[in-house]
Design a protein around this ligand. Sequence first.
Ligand SMILES: [Zn+2]
Length: 339
Amino acid sequence: MPGHDRVLVVDDALFDLHAATANHPERPARLDAARAGLRAAGLSTEQLPPVDAARALLSRVHAEPYLNRLDDLRGARGMLDPDTYMSPRSIDAAVRAAGGVGAIGAALATGESLRGIALVRPPCHHALPNKAMGFCLLNNIAVGAEAARAAGARRVAIVDIDVHHGNGTQAIYWRDPDVLYLSMHQHPFYPGTGDLRERGEGPGLGSTINVPLSEGADDAVYANAVEEVVTPAVRAFRPDVVLVSAGFDAFVADPLAGMAVTAEGFAFVVSAIGRAADDVGAPVGMVLEGGYDLAGLEECMRAASRALMGEGARDPRDHPMSGRHRVEIERAAAAREGT
Ligand SMILES: [Zn+2]
């Protein structure tokens, strides 16, 4: 395979112990599907040892009262918000998931590798500084960005391709000019944020970029959006590290969302992000977020992991696209350029 030859991976059996009592879409079988996809990709992997996120690192992202509350809730079962369950080992799993993404962020920042994949649960991008939300307890990718900065990275770009807007990550970096938060997502949709006009504030104005796309967006829409808005923004920002909130719930058969992206489409998106990162000399870490169709998650993870390593992907940009989606992409490109 052309491109990069080795990828750092974090995974741990503890993530499987975050489990609801009743049927819930965010279930342990998801991670098994992602693992199977990564195995099928046949990459040369190097496992990083599982590690809990240090309190000092979590404190860079989350408020003390919230971290204290999670500590108090260890071992309990319950609901942290209407969508977010907690089983007896969920807090332990969340702290280890955040630690794993932190380890990837630090390893990328110090040049240990140019590619990383975090196979973690629970997911993270809805988690706010002071509360759990939308299946997410701790904001793993922000912890990864903070670990990268602590290890010497000055600027970090977070590219969120999960079908939902990452309101938690956006809130954490709303006023921060050194972390670019870029999201492509279904809109209007849960959690309601991610409008084009949300661009950050104060010193962070312009370092939040949203690409809201209406229902039905397919490979052509995502491919055009990534090349017209996302990769130019990554190249212009010149990050030291790129982290991808890799949710695969824009997949065509996903039960929670209404997009129509295939595994090939995700491969194009990830390879485009990888090329942009290579152009500015930034390593890339891919962090598992959503994706609720098990077969789709496996297939998308296989395709996206190979694309992350530099395998070429079929370019669907010249496929027919609705006028509505064309307008949405052009508006997002104009908003990015501040016009
Ligand atoms: Zn999602």
